[in-house]
Design a protein around this ligand. Structure first.
Ligand SMILES: Cc1cc2nc3c(=O)[nH]c(=O)nc-3n(C[C@H](O)[C@H](O)[C@H](O)COP(=O)(O)OP(=O)(O)OC[C@H]3O[C@@H](n4cnc5c(N)ncnc54)[C@H](O)[C@@H]3O)c2cc1C
Length: 492
C-alpha cells in the first residue's frame, strides 16, 4: 500500500510476520544529518540554490551545540573586521595562529579551506542571516595576532532562530525527533540514510548526504584521558553518531584523542561544568587575579586558554582560584549571569562558603576568604601586595599580564571572594577525514562517493585545541562550502 504525500513523501506500509509498521520514504537532492550551524547553513545555501533539502535532527528541538554556544565569533578578513579597524588580516596570519594554538596537529586540507574561504563565507553569513553583534568592538585574544572576536547579541540562542528561519523560508524541510542510524551504500556510493522517528522507520534517498552531526563530548566511550574525566558542559546530543556511521562504512578518523579544554569552569553539579569565562573577562578589567592553593600567582591571566590550562594542570589539586574584591565580584557576577548562572545557584554556592564544589568562598577580609577556600592566607596577602605593586609600576614583572588589563589595585581591606577555576570541556576535535571538497575519505584514501561532512564532525582543522570563536566560524565556513561542493559535484 502506498500513499503519496503532496511534498513528495511516500508512506509505505509493509507487513512483517503478522505485524504492520509504516516506513516513511523521503526523496531529496541533499539530506543533511544535524541541524547545528554547519547543517543549517549548508541546507539554507543549497535550498537557496534550488535544491530540495531535508535536515534530520534527532532531538525534539533543533540546534545542538550551536544553539547553546557562547556567541564568540571570529570574523577574520571580513568587511566588518575591516570597518572595525583591522584593515588587513591575511589568511596566512590565521593559519599561523591556528597551527600555534593547535600544536601543529591541524588537518591542513581543512585549515587551508578555512583560511581561504572564511572571509567571504562570514560576509555571506552576515548578509544572509543578519546577526547583530554586541557593541561592535573587536576583543583582544592572546591566541590571535589581530583582534578578530565579536559576540553575537543574545549569544547563540539569540542568533540560531534567524538561521533556522532563513533556511526554512528557503524551503528546507527540518524533521525533528528523527535519528539517522546508518548510511545506505549502493555500488560504493552513499545513496541515503536509514533513520528512526520514534518507532517509525524513515528512509531517505538523496543524491548527496551531509554529516553535520557535531562532536562526541557526551559519549564517554569515545573519549580518552584527560577529556574523559574533565567536567563536561556541552549538549547531550554530541554523541559522535556521524563519526560512527561513517566509520561503519569504512571512513577514516583522525585526532580522536583531542578536545578543547578551558581553564575556567566551576563544578556546578558532580561531573558537570558551567563556564565562568565571562565573569573572568570582566574581572580582568577590575582587579581580579589568579592564584593556586598556595596563594601564589602562577600565570598571566590574559594568556591563551591553552597556556593557562597547561599551567593549571601542574598546580596542587589541578585547579586555580580567582581572587576578587567586592567591586570585582560584582562585575564577575554580572558576567556569569550571562552564562546562565541563576540567583538561586549563587545564593546556595555562597552559603556553602567553600565547604563543597563549586567553591565560592568569601569573608569580610582577604584572610577570612582565603581560610574558607583552603588557601594559604599569608601567601595570598603577599601576592596581593606584589600584584598591586605591578599595577602601580604599570608592569607585571612576574608573568607579563598586559598593562591595559591591570587597571586598578586590588583593595587591601573589605570583603573578598574566591572562586574555583577547573578544566571544562564540550567541543571535540576528532574528525572524519575529508578531502578539499569536504568529501569523506575511505580507508583507501579515496572519497566515499555521495558522502560529505561539515562542522564539528571535521574539527581536526583546529589541531589539538581550538581558538576563540573559531568553532562557529568553521561550522559556517564548512557548512556553506559543503553546499557549494555538493551542488558542484551534482552538475558533473
Ligand atoms: C556551551 C558551549 C559554548 C560554546 N561557545 C562557543 C563560542 O562562543 N564560539 C565558538 O566558536 N564555539 C563555541 N562552542 C562550540 C560550537 O558551538 C560548536 O563547535 C559548533 O556550534 C558545532 O556546530 P555543528 O553544526 O557542527 O554541530 P552542532 O551544533 O552540535 O549540531 C549537530 C546536530 O546534529 C544532531 N545529530 C547528531 N547525531 C544525529 C543523528 N544520528 N541523527 C540526527 N541528528 C543528529 C545533534 O542533535 C545536533 O543538533 C561552544 C559549545 C558549547 C557546547
Amino acid at each position: 500500500m502506498q500513499v503519496r504525500w503532496k511534498q513528495g513523501l511516500v508512506l509505505v506500509a509493509a507487513a512483517f510476520s503478522g505485524s504492520v509498521f509504516a516506513a516513511q520514504v523521503i526523496n531529496a537532492d541533499i539530506a543533511v544529518i544535524g541541524s547545528g550551524f554547519a547543517g543549517m547553513s549548508a541546507a539554507a545555501d543549497a535550498a537557496m540554490n534550488g535544491k530540495k533539502v531535508v535536515v534530520l535532527e534527532k532531538q525534539a528541538f533543533p540546534g545542538g551545540a550551536s544553539i547553546l554556544c557562547g556567541g564568540q565569533y571570529a570574523i577574520q578578513g571580513t568587511k566588518l573586521q575591516k570597518s572595525l579597524g583591522v584593515p588587513n588580516d591575511p589568511p596566512q596570519s590565521l593559519v599561523k595562529d591556528l597551527i600555534l594554538n593547535g600544536h601543529n596537529k591541524n588537518d591542513l586540507t581543512t585549515l587551508i579551506l578555512q583560511a581561504e574561504n572564511s572571509p567571504r563565507v562570514t560576509d555571506w553569513v552576515i548578509d544572509t542571516f543578519k546577526p547583530v553583534f554586541i557593541d561592535n568592538k573587536l576583543k583582544y585574544r592572546a591566541e590571535f595576532e589581530f583582534d578578530r572576536s565579536l559576540y553575537l547579541k543574545g549569544y547563540c540562542s539569540g542568533f540560531y532562530p534567524k538561521v533556522q528561519s532563513v533556511a526554512e523560508k528557503a524551503g528546507v524541510k527540518l524533521l525533528l525527533g528523527t535519528k539517522a542510524e546508518s548510511l545506505v551504500v549502493k555500488g560504493g556510493r552513499v545513496t541515503g540514510i536509514k533513520a528512526k522517528k520514534g518507532n517509525q522507520a524513515v528512509t531517505v534517498n538523496a543524491k548527496a548526504v551531509l554529516l553535520a552531526t557535531g562532536g562526541y563530548g557526551a559519549n564517554k566511550a569515545m573519549l580518552v584521558e584527560p577529556l574523559k574525566s574533565a567536567l563536561y558542559y556541552g549538549p547531550a546530543s554530541s554523541t559522535g553518531d556521524g563519526h560512527r556511521m561513517a566509520s561503519a562504512i569504512g571512513a577514516k578518523l583522525e585526532n580522536m584523542e583531542y578536545g578543547k579544554r578551558y581553564p575556567n569552569g566551576i563544578e556546578s553539579a558532580p561531573g558537570v561544568a558551567t563556564s565562568i569565562i565571562q565573569g573572568n573577562y570582566r574581572a580582568w578589567l577590575e582587579s581580579g587575579f589568579l592564584v593556586n592553593k598556595d596563594g601564589k600567582r602562577v600565570v598571566n591571566e590574559k594568556a591563551s586558554n591553552n597556556n593557562i590550562m597547561a599551567v593549571l594542570e601542574k598546580q596542587p589539586g589541578k585547579l586555580l582560584y580567582i581572587v576578587l574584591d567586592e567591586p570585582s565580584f560584582a562585575k564577575f557576577v554580572e558576567g556569569i549571569k550571562t552564562q546562565g548562572v541563576t540567583d538561586a545557584q549563587l545564593k546556595e554556592w555562597l552559603a556553602n562558603n567553600g565547604s563543597k564544589a563549586p567553591i565560592f568562598a568569601h569573608g569580610d577580609s582577604l584572610e577570612a576568604a582565603a581560610k574558607a577556600a583552603g588557601i594559604n592566607p599569608t601567601n595570598l596577602r603577599a601576592t596581593l601586595e606584589r600584584y598591586n605593586g605591578f599595577v602601580r609600576a604599570k608592569k607585571d614583572e612576574d608573568f607579563g599580564r598586559p598593562v591595559k588589563f591591570m587597571v586598578r589595585e586590588a583593595k587591601t581591606t573589605g570583603a573578598y571572594y574566591i572562586v574555583e577555576q577547573k578544566p571544562r570541556f564540550a567541543t571535540t576535535m576528532g574528525s572524519v577525514v575529508v578531502d578539499d571538497h569536504l568529501r569523506v575519505l575511505g580507508a583507501s584514501g579515496k572519497p566515499i562517493r555521495g558522502l560529505y561532512a561539515a562542522g564539528e564532525v571535521i574539527n581536526a582543522m583546529h589541531g589539538d585545541d581550538s581558538s576563540p570563536g573559531m568553532n562557529i566560524s568553521w561550522a559556517f565556513t564548512s557548512g556553506k562550502l559543503s553546499s557549494e561542493f555538493m551542488r558542484g559535484d551534482m552538475r558533473k
